[in-house]
Write a protein that binds this ligand. Sequence first.
Ligand code: GTP
Length: 596
Amino acid sequence: MSVHIRNFAIIAHIDHGKSTLADRLLEHTGTVSNREMKEQLLDDLELERQRGITIKARAVVMQFERNGKKYELNLIDTPGHVDFQYEVSRSLACCEGVLLLVDAFQGVEAQTVANAYAAMEHDLKIIPVINKIDLMHARPDEVAEEMMNSLGTDPDECVRVSAKTGEGVDGLVDAIIEHIPPPTGDPKATLQAMVFDSNYDDYRGAITYVRIMQGTVKKGQKIAFLRSGTSHEVVELGRFAPQRQSTDVLAAGQVGYLICNIKSLGDVHIGDTISIPGDKAAEALPGYSRPKRMVYCGLFPSDGQDFSELRDALERLAVNDPSFEFEPETSDALGFGFRCGFLGLLHMEIVQQRLEKESDVDLVQTAPNVTYEIINKRGETITIHKPQDVPDPGDIEEFRQPIVRCNVIVPDDFIGAVMKLCQERRGIQQSQEYLAAGRAMLTYDIPLAEVVYDLHDKIKSATRGYGTLDYEMVGYEAADLCRLDIMVNGNRVDALSVVCNKADADRRGRAVAKTLKKEIERHMFEVAVQAAIGSRVIARETVPAMRKNVTAKCYGGDITRKRKLLQKQKEGKKRMKAIGNVEISQKAFMAVLSDG
Ligand code: GTP
C-alpha cells in the first residue's frame, strides 16, 4: 500500500497556541497516547520551556490510516523569533503547506503577518486556522475578517479549533490531507536533500535534519555536503515519532534525520544540500546563506583568572550552536576576553543565560553593537564588529548601518504613541493600513541599532501590551555616524568607544563624562575625562586632585579602624584597571556600560 505524504509547518504569533496544537495533532493521529503526552512535547530544551519560545526547528512524523489509506504527516516545527528568520525560511523550503494559526481573541499580530509573508514567498498552501475558540471572549468571525483583510485568506477556508479541548482538530487533519499538495520528486533520481536543522547529541555527535527532495538515502551510504564540501558515511538514519526511530531508507518527499559521526555542529550548515560524492552529484538547492551575525558584544571575566574557564565554556556553547561565534579580544580597561557575535538580541540573551547556567564565571559585558559597513578613502568596504575598529574620521568616505523594516500592529488608540516612538528612533514611515475596524498596521524602516536595544519593550509599554513588533533586514544605508571615544588624561578607553549618530554625540559624550567623573576616585593629580570624535573634544569633566590622606583622620587613634581602611583600599585595588596613570575601578566601567 503506498503512503501519502504531507509536509507542513505551523506558523503563529507567540502564545497563539502552536505547541499546544502540535501536541493535539500528535495525540489525534495516535503518534503519542494521552498518557505519554507531556506538556509541550516539541519544545524539549529546558531553557525554551522557561522562556516559552520555540528556538530550534524539529520535525515529527505522524503515521496513521484513514479510510483504508496510509498517511505520513511530517510536522516541521519553526522557531518563533525574528533572530531565527533564516532557519524559518529553510524549514518552510521543506514544506508544501502551512497552518497559519491565529488566536481567536488576540487576532492577527505582527509575527502572524511576517510568517504569512514568508510562507507566501515559498508558494506554500496556507490553511488559515483560528485557535482557542473555547475562550469566552473568542471572536472568530471578526478574526476571520481580519485575516482576510491583512493576509488575503478566505474566511470560508478558516478551520476553527481549540487546541486545548481538541475541538475541530479532526477537521483540521482532513484539511491538511485534502488541501496541502503531496510532495513531488523522483525516488530513483540522484539524491538531493535539504538540511533544515541540526542539533548536537553528546553520544552521537551532530544530528542533521533533512528533507529528501529527490532520490533515496540509505544506511551505510556515502554522502556529500555540497556547500561545506565534506563527505561522510551515514551511520544511522530515521525519523522522530516523536522519539528517534531508525529506519533503513529515506526517500523523496520524506523528512527525517541522519547521523554521520560529525563531531561539531559547525560542520553542518543549515540550508546546505546533501547528495552523492563525485561528479554525478545533484545540483545544490537555492537559498543557502551563512549565519548572519547582527549583534556583537564583548564578554570579559570580571576576574582575569577565569579567562581559560570562559574560553572552555564558550567553546562548548559553539559546538552546539554554530550561529554563535567568538574570538579573543583584549581591552586596556577590561583585560582579556572575547568578542562574541549573535544573530540578534534574543540570541545574545539565550547564549548569556546558558553561559551563566553552565559555568561559574562572573562576566562583564560591553554594550551590544550592530555590524556596520565603512567605505574608506581608498574605496574599500570594511565590516565593523566593534567600535574600536572604526577608522578615524579623515579616512571614512561613507559610514553605513543596517536598516530593518518594522511592522507594528496596534489598536488605533495607540497609533500616535507608536508613531512618535518610531520617529524618535529615526524611523521612516512606509505605510499605514487598517486590518479591521480599530486595528492598524504601521510599517517603518528603522536603523537596527535603534531597534535592538529596547524598541520592543518601549512599544509594549506605550501600548499597554497590545502592540506587537516584527522586523526583517532591508540592507545597509549611509548615515551620519561617528565613533565617539572617551579619553582619560588623554588616553582612549577602548571598552567605552561607541558608534552613534553625530546628532546624539554631544549628549552621549556629556552623559558618559559626567558618569565617569562621579565614579573615578580622586588621584594625587587632576584627572581629565573627555569625550571626543577623532581629535575633536566635545565634552570635558575634571576630577580634582586629592587633598587629604584617607587615613589622616585616624592618626593616633584607633589602629583597627586604620587597618580596616587600608584593607578596604587594597581590595578595591584588585578591581582597578590602569588607564595611563589613572586607576579606574571596574564599577566605574560598569556604571557607564549599563547606562547604554
Ligand atoms: P510559543 O511556543 O511560546 O511560541 O507559544 P505557542 O504559540 O506554542 O503557544 P502555546 O501552545 O505555548 O500556548 C500558549 C498558551 O495558550 C498556553 O497557556 C496554552 O495553554 C494556551 N492555549 C493554547 N491553545 C489554546 C486553546 O485552544 N484554548 C485555550 N483556552 N488556551 C489555549
